[in-house]
Design a protein around this ligand. Structure first.
Ligand SMILES: C[S@@+](CC[C@H](N)C(=O)[O-])C[C@H]1O[C@@H](n2cnc3c(N)ncnc32)[C@H](O)[C@@H]1O
Length: 286
């Protein structure tokens, strides 16, 4: 830590330096525990985000912070991952996926649920919730009685802070942008002025949130009909991505759909398990 003289004498600077060695330690934890790849060019951003964690823990430097992170059995890894991940999301993001869902993918699934069958969708890396709530709004648009049938959405993320926000089901006005008012009506209670907006009760009722590390053990049993994992794998190495695509294939029903983010692509062995069926949309071969 550097000491700089100020108008009232010398104070400890509030900018601890992240050395290359400690950046390597941080990057190692991100990769081994979560599959997240931290490129060297992200060092300044990581330093800035983790400086807040040093302060919260009352630690003087990154070397002490790394030692804490490397110690088993403390909760700092949860805060660490929350600090380094990007949670940008919005309602009906990449709306072409929701159009494809509403016109092609959901109608046969809704018919199955209507007839008493089981339907499961998974929003993997759901951040603060707009993605699973957009899925639920899409289902209810086609099938207003969905809540009385066996059709449910699992929404998971490794960051417990974003899951708490998602479960609160209330969003500030600036987080409520949608591609148009007809889309907004699918998910939100009617607006009363410009304040926070609540998710419709029927929409929230279709979604269950759960912490899951995509690069850890998955607690779910049973197959999914749709998996949305968008703008998440972009943070993983190619090797980790390729393993993830195969794991998704294992938990998808034959003919099930996988939607990934606009800058992501399937690669590796999964390309023979899936066939493309839209923009960054894939169908598991039957
Ligand atoms: C940019 S947001 C994407 C949110 C949403 N899918 C969308 O496209 O709008 C990425 C999310 O992935 C989560 N994430 C990153 N690595 C993860 C992992 N290994 N397991 C589960 N979630 C992860 C982050 O916590 C973050 O909330």
């Amino acid at each position: 830590m550097t000491v700089s003289p100020g108008p009232f004498g010398a104070f400890a600077s509030s900018r601890p330096e992240l050395s290359d060695r400690d950046f390597g330690r941080v990057a190692n934890i991100a990769r081994s525990a979560y599959g997240i790849q931290l490129e060297p060019q992200k060092k300044a951003m990581i330093q800035s985000r983790l400086t807040k964690r040093l302060r919260a823990r009352g630690l003087a430097d990154f070397s002490a912070y790394c030692a804490l992170l490397e110690t088993r059995g403390n909760d700092e890894q949860d805060h660490f991952i929350s600090a380094i991940t990007t949670n940008v999301t919005h309602f009906y993001r990449e709306v072409h996926h929701f159009k494809q869902l509403q016109t092609e993918v959901l109608p046969p699934l809704v018919e199955r649920a209507r007839g008493g069958g089981r339907v499961r969708l998974w929003s993997a890396g759901c951040s603060t919730g707009p993605e699973p709530y957009s899925l639920a709004g899409s289902i209810l648009k086609l099938f207003p009685e969905a809540g009385r049938k066996d059709i449910r959405i699992l929404a998971t993320d490794l960051d417990r802070d974003v899951l708490a926000k998602a479960e609160a089901a209330t969003y500030d006005a600036d987080q409520c942008d949608t591609p148009g008012p007809e889309w907004a009506a699918q998910v939100f209670e009617p607006s009363r002025g410009g304040g926070p907006r609540r998710i419709r009760r029927e929409v929230a009722g279709l979604v269950s949130f759960q912490p899951v590390n995509l690069n850890g053990t998955w607690p779910m049993t049973g197959r999914f009909d749709v998996i949305m994992c968008r703008n998440v794998a972009i943070y993983f190495s190619r090797e980790v991505q390729q393993k993830l695509w195969l794991r998704f294939a294992e938990v998808l029903a034959p003919g099930g759909h996988l939607f990934i983010g606009h800058s992501e692509r399937l690669s590796g062995p999964a390309t023979s398990v899936f066939e493309p069926c839209g923009i960054t949309a894939y169908r598991k071969r039957a």
